[in-house]
Design a protein around this ligand. Structure first.
Ligand code: F6P
Length: 343
C-alpha cells in the first residue's frame, strides 16, 4: 500500500510525532508512506516525496511539521477537487492520512464523499474540534500560555500594573481558560461569554481597594464585548477558508481599563509563541497514538473516519460528525474558573 500524509492549517506541537508514528506503523505493516508537501497545496500541485524511517528518526521531539503546512483550500482553486483526485490516482496512492483542524478536515470530509480514501487526525491548538477530548498541540499551547501568564505576575506586581494578556483562540476559549486558571489570571475572557468592560473595571477597582495592587487579565483573541461589537482584527483580508486574522483585543482592553480605573495598564500578545517549539510529553504521546491508530484504520479499510481521544481510549468517529460543529468551552468549566477569579 502507498499511504500519503499531509498536515494543513496552523502548525501545532506534536504533528511530527504523528507523522513519525504513521511512517513507523505503516513500514511495520510493509507499506510505503509519501510526504505530501504543504497541506492540500502539495496534492493540488503533485508535490510528494517518499518518507523513510531514517527521515522521521527522533522528530517526535521537534515542533512544527516536517511536511510543511498551508491554509490552501482546494475548493477555492480552479478545478481544485478534480486536481486533488487526479493526483491521488496518478501517484498511485491507496489512502491518505490528513492531519488538521476544522478547515483541513472539512476538505477531507468533502473529498471523502467523492470517494477519496481518507482518514484523519485532529490537530489544533484551539482544541475546538468536536468528537474528541483533545487535539494535537492544545496541551503544549496551554503550558506555554500558562507559563507566560504566571511569569507576568512578577512584572505586574513590581510595577503595580494591570497586564492584559492576549491568548490565541478564534471561536473557543479553551487555551485562555485553562492557561488562565493554571497561570493565576484574575480575569478570564473567552469568545463563548461576552464581557462587560464596566464590570471588569469594577472588579479591578475592588481588587485595588482590597490592597491587591496588580492584576492579570487573560483575554482570548476572539473575546467580544457585550455591546456586540465586531471582532478585533489585524487585517480585514480573509484566508482561503474565510477567516480574518484576529488580534488587538489586549491593546483595546488595556486602554479602556486604564481609562476607567486610572491604573497603569499594558498589553502583552503571546501570539505564535503558543504553538512554536517542542511539544510537551502529552502531545508527543497523543500524536504517536493518533498516528498508529490512523494507519490501523487504513488497514481495516475504515475510511471517512477521524481518530479521537475519549477519556483515555483512542477511538474513531465519522469525519462528517467531527466537522459538523465546533466544540466550545463548557459553561460548567467556565463557572468553575470564575470561582478562582478576582474577588
Ligand atoms: O491554528 C489555530 C490558530 O493558532 C488560531 O488560534 C489563530 O487565530 C490562528 O491559528 C492564527 O493563524 P495564522 O498562524 O495563520 O496567523
Amino acid at each position: 500500500m502507498k499511504i500519503g500524509v499531509l498536515t494543513g492549517g496552523g502548525d501545532a506541537p506534536g504533528l511530527n510525532a504523528a507523522i513519525r508514528a504513521v511512517v513507523v506503523k505503516a513500514t511495520n505493516c510493509g507499506d510505503e508512506v509519501l510526504a505530501i508537501k504543504d497541506g492540500w497545496a502539495g496534492l493540488l500541485e503533485g508535490r510528494l516525496e517518499p518518507l523513510s524511517l531514517n527521515l522521521v528518526e527522533d522528530i517526535e521531539m521537534e515542533g512544527g511539521t516536517i511536511l510543511g503546512t498551508s491554509r490552501t483550500n482546494p475548493y477555492k482553486e480552479e478545478k481544485g477537487e478534480e486536481k486533488v483526485l487526479d493526483n491521488f490516482k496518478k501517484v498511485g496512492l491507496s489512502a491518505l492520512v490528513a492531519i488538521g483542524g476544522e478547515d483541513t478536515l472539512g476538505v477531507a470530509n468533502k473529498l471523502s464523499k467523492k470517494g477519496l480514501k481518507v482518514v484523519s487526525i485532529p490537530k489544533t491548538i484551539d482544541n475546538d474540534l468536536s468528537e474528541t477530548d483533545y487535539c494535537i498541540g492544545f496541551h503544549t499551547a496551554v503550558s506555554r500560555a500558562a507559563e507566560a501568564i504566571e511569569g507576568l505576575h512578577t512584572t505586574a506586581r513590581s510595577h503595580h500594573r494591570v497586564l492584559v494578556v492576549e491568548v490565541m483562540g478564534r471561536h473557543a476559549g479553551w487555551i485562555t481558560l485553562e492557561a488562565g486558571l493554571a497561570g493565576g489570571a484574575h480575569i478570564i475572557l473567552i469568545p463563548e461569554v461576552e464581557f462587560d468592560i464596566e464590570e471588569i473595571a469594577e472588579v479591578l477597582k475592588k481588587r485595588e481597594d482590597n490592597g491587591k495592587l496588580y492584576s492579570i487579565v487573560a483575554a482570548a483573541e476572539g473575546a467580544k464585548p457585550k455591546e456586540g461589537k465586531e471582532l478585533l482584527t489585524q487585517t480585514e483580508e480573509k484566508d482561503a477558508f474565510g477567516h480574518v486574522r484576529l488580534g488587538g483585543i489586549a491593546r483595546v482592553l488595556a486602554k479602556e481599563i486604564e481609562k476607567r480605573t486610572g491604573k497603569e495598564t499594558r498589553a502583552t500578545v503571546l501570539g505564535h509563541i503558543q504553538r512554536a517549539g517542542a511539544p510537551n510529553s502529552f502531545d508527543r504521546v497523543l500524536g504517536t497514538r493518533y498516528g498508529v491508530a490512523a494507519v490501523q484504520l487504513v488497514k481495516e479499510g475504515k475510511f471517512g473516519q477521524m481518530v479521537s481521544l475519549k477519556g483515555t481510549s483512542i477511538l474513531s468517529v465519522p469525519l462528517e460528525k467531527a466537522v459538523g460543529r465546533l466544540r466550545t468551552v463548557d459553561r460548567e468549566l467556565y463557572d468553575l474558573a470564575k470561582l478562582f477569579q478576582a474577588h
